[in-house]
Write a protein that binds this ligand. Sequence first.
Ligand SMILES: [Zn+2]
Length: 685
Amino acid sequence: MSDNFFAELDSELWDAKITPSSEEAQPVHSNPAAHAPVKKPLPAGPIKPQLKPTTPMNPSMSRPVHNGQKNLVPKRPLMTGKPVLTNRPLKRLELPPEKSIVTPESTPAEVPTSLSPAVIKSLNVPVIFPKSAEPQILPKADHNVTRMIPIGGLRTVGANMTMFEHGDDILIVDGGLEFARGGNSPGFNYLLPDIRFLQPHIKRIKAMFITHGHLDHIGALKNLVPALGFPPIYGAPFTIAMIKKGFEEAGLKNKVQFFTINPDAGKMANIGVFKYEFFRVNHSIPDSCGVYIETPSARIMHMGDYKVEFFPRIDKPADLPNYARIASRGIDILLQETTNSSRLEWTTSETKVTGELKQIIMDARERVIVGNFSTLISRIQDVVTIAQELGRTVLINGRSMVDCVAIAREMGYIKCKEGVIKALDKKTMESIPENKQIIITTGAQGEEFGGLNNISRGDHATISIKPSDTIVLSSSIIPGNELAIAEMMNRLNRFGSKIITIKELEVHSGGHGGIVEQRVMMNLINPKYIVPVHGDLSQRLTLKREAVKMWWDPKNVLIIEDGSIVEIDERHELVFSRKKIPLEALGVDGMSIGSLETRAIKERIQLGEEGVLIVNTKDATVESRGLFFPDEITASHSAIADYAKKAVSAKKPEDNHKNFCDFLAKDLSKMVLKVWEREPLVVCI
Ligand SMILES: [Zn+2]
């Protein structure tokens, strides 16, 4: 790999938009110390795992299944006489890189032994407590059975979390949040997986494995980890850095032991009864991983979030031979993400996006504003590299963007000359000509308090949009954000500036592979069972249909729910239990955690949609909020007061006051519905 890879590539992009050939695209990483390829002499007779040859389609044939035997993927020598690239390190699978698999933190944490009041007081986040008189709802597994239970990630998009259990040991993969978007979760900051059933078992939890640093995989950890007994957390370097940032704010940083895994180690390690191996995948945040988990009864491959990208900007190209090497152990269950299952095309190459961005910025007369995800470090690096070439300065806007850029620069994932990136403040902005500025900002999803949304509303302290600005939304639409983004776009369009989105040009490459990439992975890994995850029912069913078309027996592609219990017995055969762990949707509201199924939430929804009517039974006075329009308030209140007076005068001294109030509230609800056809929350006091 050339040290000047970016410079070389960028100069090529400068001259023309190119599509590099596979020979030109080398593994690239910005952290040479951690990720430099190990140079080896060319092997005399290199052995590579090969894909199974395609068998002609025959609907009458069922897909061959295996029984967990090893070495199912046939190996054959490379063709002799094939030209070998001298600058690309060839892999010898029998000689894994000499790197440590896992590194504990240099300073051991002071892990609390219990969730004492003093510990709770030291935290800046609400933690989950067990339900009162919680029964033992996790039934004991049979001897030598491996159990998998999805705790989150199968109801909607987000809150990804799965547990694996064998014997006395439990392993958890991911602990993500789900974004609350009003609707049935009014007032909540975010939603959490319901881990309360695990609380009687916290001493059995050996570790939490984290696949990558997106919030739907790490965002709930600060709320869950204390309730789970502060288990050690394993992840790749950038993932651990992102978790630590959140834990620092939550008062948790030194209460958890972190282990940094090396996703390039190419070896298995042990924890409890589990053998495991993290492996690198391509996604939209550095150091994304999948994880292989092995027990005496099951071999499981959890892909995390991934796409198959051969021309990444700062990560390494997709390593299909490595996936095949792991799969050659004979995979029983593949957990396959489905976020983009409905997308038919192969994900746009990141290098192509780089070319588009460069052209746009070159064409821009004045200031450029790029809306981006704060964790999409490769895109930030792109903008920084382009700015450096064009003599522009990158100004960072949005708290999460500032934090992520700081972490990525410190770890060497973003590289640039001194002074190319600057904090965004009024004085700095005024000191740089507008045609030399690129502002990179959060809020491309129309988030309520996101940077770009603030700018679109004219609420930003420093940035006001001008017609001469070029705005690039270098992002996709996360499902559920369509309306917020459309409203933001309308506001931005009023300023008359040029706006470019993925509808106009390929200015974004998503992190989730489409169905084509998922087909490749299913074929390559060839698992006995497939569990579609990370998606709602429609997305998961799309993947199932695809797998069935690829000859998987429909019974072997499991559409399960959060709380479903999947068991693999010692013959590596699946036993699907009808028993289900009852899970509720939990949410964080300020410093509290509550269930979305409580009366309080139903009342919030009713209040939000219909308003509230309050009647004081002492003097039959009436108040309302959000119920009547100004010109009908006086007459409406008067009619309701008259109705209430009659009821109050008929009240007997021996009547229970609370019962009377409840009765009157029901009566008034019927009256308001009948007269005004509205259903407010009615409160009688
Ligand atoms: Zn992700």
